[in-house]
Design a protein around this ligand. Structure first.
Ligand code: PMP
Length: 285
């Protein structure tokens, strides 16, 4: 696989980052994952805009322009022959040459940028989406700026392991009695024709897929309610689902051992998945 690191395209085993990189030492970095369908980028502008925002919130500069970023994404997709898959992008506050809590002077320490592709044939036609996933609930003990897409993913990673240990596929995190989001996705419940999902704040990541799915849902005359919900309300809902760039819309068929809708995907989530895939394929660049 060819990867991109700080201005160069290299075979993955030749790509190198300093041991002093603040991404490595302090999780001082941000990332984006953009999916690829038919060899084209899904919602690239949304991901580029969120990246800009994440960098801004952390007083970090982008080492590349938006145009360069698009060109690098396309070049990697082409060089690696990706038809369906993802492009991972990470920007960290560089490698000052020593370890220090204080941010380095950006003039002296340029940020580091790394991109690589992940080949996932069958990403759109994922058989898991036909069965749905089972989730458990866990405490949300993450920091208070979950709207910034940092590479600080240890707790979400532990959450997936807790789910696996419990015989489930993923976890929803709960804070002050309300569901925040999934370990790597936004969380929704469905009651009748109404889609309910937590509103945007610093408590959750502002999902790019979330924005698109809510727009498509409203266009399809579905009702959308952005408000908090509890795990108890979710367990009594008609349906539930999650969204993310890599899973699109994924039905949830079990919450903490309680099956939803007889334990099979309902009507709304699969329909939204279909609409999302169709519309975002049309808009892909
Ligand atoms: N919430 C969290 C915590 C995530 O990690 C992700 C995926 N990176 C999402 C939500 C979904 O965001 P997106 O639709 O932009 O992939």
């Amino acid at each position: 696989r060819t990867v991109y690191v700080n201005g160069e395209y290299l075979p993955e085993n030749e790509a190198k980052i300093s041991i002093f990189d603040r991404g490595f030492l302090m999780a001082d970095g941000v990332y984006e994952v953009t999916s690829v369908l038919d060899g084209k980028l899904i919602d690239f502008d949304g991901h580029a805009a969120r990246l800009e925002r994440s960098l801004g919130e952390l007083d970090m500069a982008s080492p590349v322009t938006a145009e360069e970023l698009l060109a690098i994404h396309r070049e990697l997709v082409a060089r690696n022959g990706i038809d369906e898959g993802m492009v991972y992008l990470q920007i960290t506050r560089g490698a000052p040459g020593d370890r220090d809590f204080v941010f380095p002077d950006p003039e002296e320490t340029p940020s580091s940028i790394v991109l690589f592709t992940q080949d996932k044939p069958g990403l759109a036609d994922n058989p898991v989406a036909k069965k749905g996933i089972r989730i458990i609930s866990i405490d949300d003990i993450r920091w208070g700026r979950r709207d910034i897409k940092t590479v600080q993913l240890l707790y979400p990673s532990m959450g997936k392991m807790m789910a696996r240990k419990a015989g489930a596929d993923d976890a929803w995190m709960v804070e002050d009695g309300f569901v925040t989001e999934g370990t790597s996705n936004n969380a929704y419940i469905v009651k009748g024709n109404r889609i309910i999902t937590r509103g945007l704040s610093n408590d959750i990541l502002h999902g790019i897929t979330r924005a698109a799915v809510l727009r498509f849902a409203r266009e399809a005359q579905m009702e959308v309610e952005e408000r908090n919900f509890t795990i108890e309300e979710a367990r009594e809902a008609d349906e539930a689902f999650v969204t993310s760039a890599s899973t699109f819309v994924m039905p949830v068929v079990e919450i903490d051992g309680t099956p939803l809708g007889g334990g099979v995907p309902g009507r709304v989530a699969p329909r939204l998945r279909e609409i999302y895939l169709e519309e975002s394929r049309k808009a892909a660049i």
